[in-house]
Design a protein around this ligand. Structure first.
Ligand SMILES: [Zn+2]
Length: 293
């Protein structure tokens, strides 16, 4: 199945419309920003009409922690809750709140993969096959971490769509979702977008609905005299991918379309221009039917 997801409630009508046409699941919320969540009232209203609406809750800084926990505990029980913060997950478990939802999935804030590093090929270039194999898995492909996470109430996982990562995640045996096309490379504690525009969160929230393209322009060169910024050479430019900034997450594009064994494919609507979205969903629907994932 395909889930279409947004942090931007103004896109809801378009998403509901696409969901009707293509029979999509719907996700609302943010992996990384407490200011990008819909209100409880909005969620309650939508959850009444959508089966197992996914509500994505963010990596949570300490000062927002109590508020976030209160928010999650007030969510309707029919939802599929996506948790991206270990502290939040731990507190939900400690307060016996993990059975209050249809399902709790570990998001990318909890499920990490080294394959999503932009220069992973260069890191592993001289390593043996056994090291490569161990490196290109998720952090949950380790029995102790897996037991810990499932013991805390996790019954589904989400990860980046990279070939080895998807295989390793699926092998864990939990329903696995993978994010189409955009891999989360880094989360920032303070919002890059707000810093770029010299604003303080939450003033940036409306800007954080649109992608900003990042290209390598300067790099810090310690070998220069004196050390300072230098221009990257051609080889460096080839290694360094184009990156995409949305709010406080930096993304990289992945060409991988490995659907085998996946329970769902997640399309982040905020990554695309609204008028291009129907075409993307149409193509993906056809491709996913062919591969019968
Ligand atoms: Zn922001």
């Amino acid at each position: 199945m395909i889930e279409i997801r947004t942090t931007d409630i103004t896109k809801l009508d378009q998403i509901l419309n696409l969901s009707d046409i293509y029979n999509l699941k719907i996700g609302l919320g943010s992996e990384s920003c407490v200011y990008k969540l819909p209100t409880l009232d909005q969620i309650r209203k939508i959850a009444n009409t959508i089966e197992h609406l996914s509500v994505i809750t963010p990596i949570t800084p300490q000062k927002h922690y109590e508020e976030m926990l209160k928010f999650i505990k007030a969510l309707p029980s029919s939802i599929r809750l996506v948790v991206n913060d270990m502290g939040i997950l731990y507190s939900l478990h400690n307060s016996n709140s993990t059975n209050n939802f249809y399902q709790i999935a570990a998001g990318r804030g909890i499920v990490h993969t080294s394959e999503a590093c932009p220069w992973v090929e260069h890191l592993l270039r001289d390593e043996s096959d056994i090291i490569k194999e161990a490196f290109l898995k998720t952090n949950l492909n380790y029995t102790r971490t897996f037991d810990l996470i499932t013991g805390l109430g996790i019954s589904a996982i989400e990860t980046d769509m990279e070939s080895n990562t998807v295989k390793a995640a699926v092998a864990l045996g939990l329903p696995t979702a993978a994010h189409l096309e955009f891999i989360a490379v880094a989360y920032a504690r303070s919002c890059h977008t707000s810093r770029f525009y010299n604003e303080k969160p939450p003033d940036c929230t409306s800007r954080c609905n649109t992608l900003i393209k990042l290209q390598l322009a300067d790099m810090f060169d310690l070998s220069g005299t004196p050390p300072g910024f230098a221009q990257p050479d051609q080889k460096m430019k080839e290694i360094f991918p184009t990156l995409y900034l949305l709010g406080n997450i930096i993304f990289m594009k992945s060409k991988c379309r490995e659907f085998q064994g996946l329970e769902r494919i997640i399309v982040n609507a905020d990554m695309y221009e609204p008028e291009k979205l129907p075409q993307i969903i149409e193509t993906l629907t056809k491709k996913s039917k062919q591969s019968q994932y």
